[in-house]
Design a protein around this ligand. Structure first.
Ligand SMILES: NC(=O)C1=CN([C@@H]2O[C@H](COP(=O)(O)OP(=O)(O)OC[C@H]3O[C@@H](n4cnc5c(N)ncnc54)[C@H](O)[C@@H]3O)[C@@H](O)[C@H]2O)C=CC1
Ligand SMILES: O=C([O-])CC(=O)C(=O)O
Length: 330
């Protein structure tokens, strides 16, 4: 018979310097590879993995990687508070993914309640943590989280960030393919929100500066806006983007940690409380600092095509934001 795991007779080790990070939804399609990537991050000293299923297995597995972060697992609502206490950064990919034929908004009824209860835990146990919210529909879940924090008296708009990094990753990939260059050399700002027409790539502001034909603009805009649906359809019922999303979330989480450490010039697109438009939440480039989204950067000059796209995006976004706020105030 195999021997069970006994506590190691280990010598006390001083706490490694670094940040304490929790992943909520750590056993999921995004959560597992994201946990692996955060365990690889040298800025992480403690990694808490929380889910309502399967965290013991994921934790045992990830904890055998010989990198610095100490990994601990937490299972079910009774362990949520322990999972969150003392955390500096909380990354939330908990919730249902889409199946073919669904919109992100179709996830609202299931995921709104999940995000609310997890954010209530954050407000109680680590009110100063920076939150990276991935659960869809992001256009509504970020307003829900803001309302939870307002009710708890802990709301700081700088610390609540909706993760739209995958839109930027896709935009960089597809633009690089058209231009025939390496995606790592491309930076496409993607603004608005994270669903359909609210995903607005600013192809007039691509770095390095370049121009596109009308056909290229039409192809790229549609492909970037439909990137999530492209994966949902290819997976044919087995879920939505998980690996590219884990990569994007790890990249965004790393940017937050570098900024929290004090690095200057960390700029990423994110869906945050914003005065850039008349809407209360909007994704643009933000400058990250020790306190989170320290500066929300302006849209920059838009061309006629982008201005028309912005109007469409704002109309849909307003409804999604209001739906989130109403959910918390019914
Ligand atoms: N922001 C973005 O760009 C993207 C967002 N997403 C969204 O991320 C979410 C997760 O996607 P997947 O990982 O593929 O789904 P999944 O179903 O594979 O994993 C979700 C995990 O959340 C857990 N969970 C459910 N309720 C929970 C609760 N109350 N507390 C903690 N954990 C809970 C489940 O047990 C599961 O392990 C979905 O809502 C999806 O739409 C997905 C891709 C991109
Ligand atoms: O499309 C989905 O449902 C998941 C998602 O948000 C994305 O891949 O961008």
């Amino acid at each position: 018979m195999e021997e069970g795991v006994r506590p190691a007779p280990c010598r006390a080790k001083g706490g490694a310097p670094g940040f304490k990070v929790a992943v909520l939804g750590a056993a999921g399609g995004i959560g597992q590879p994201l946990s692996l990537l955060m365990k690889l991050n040298p800025l992480v000293s403690v990694l808490h993995l929380y889910d309502v299923v399967n965290t013991p297995g994921v934790t045992a597995d990830v904890s055998h990687m010989d990198t610095t972060a100490v990994v601990r697992g937490f299972l079910g609502p009774n362990q949520l508070e322990a999972a969150l206490t003392g955390m500096d950064l909380v990354i939330i990919p908990a919730g249902l993914p889409r199946k073919p034929g669904m919109t992100r908004d179709d996830l609202f009824n299931k995921n709104a309640g999940i995000v609310r209860s997890l954010c209530e835990g954050v407000a109680k146990c680590c009110p100063n943590a920076i939150v990276n919210l991935i659960s869809n529909p992001v256009n509504s879940t970020v307003p829900i989280a803001a309302e939870v924090f307002k009710k708890a008296g802990t709301y700081d708009p700088k610390r609540l960030l909706g993760v739209t990094t995958l839109d930027v990753a896709r935009a960089n990939t597809f633009v690089a393919e058209v231009l025939g260059i390496d995606p790592k050399d491309v930076n496409v700002p993607v603004v608005g929100g994270h669903a359909g027409v609210t995903i607005l790539p600013l192809l007039s502001q691509v770095h390095p500066p370049c121009s596109f034909t009308p056909d290229e603009i039409s192809y790229l805009t549609k492909r970037i806006q439909n990137g999530g649906t492209e994966v949902v359809e290819a997976k044919a019922g087995a879920g939505s983007a998980t690996l590219s999303m884990a990569f994007a979330a790890a990249k965004f989480g790393d940017a937050c940690l570098r900024a929290m450490r004090g690095d200057a010039g960390v700029v990423e697109c994110s869906y945050v409380a914003s005065a850039v438009t008349e809407l209360p939440f909007f994704a643009t480039k933000v400058r990250l600092g020790r306190a989170g989204a320290e500066e929300v950067l302006p849209l920059g000059p838009l061309n006629d095509f982008e201005r028309a796209g912005l109007e469409m995006a704002k109309k849909e976004l307003m409804e999604s934001i209001q739906k989130g706020i109403d959910f918390m105030n019914k």
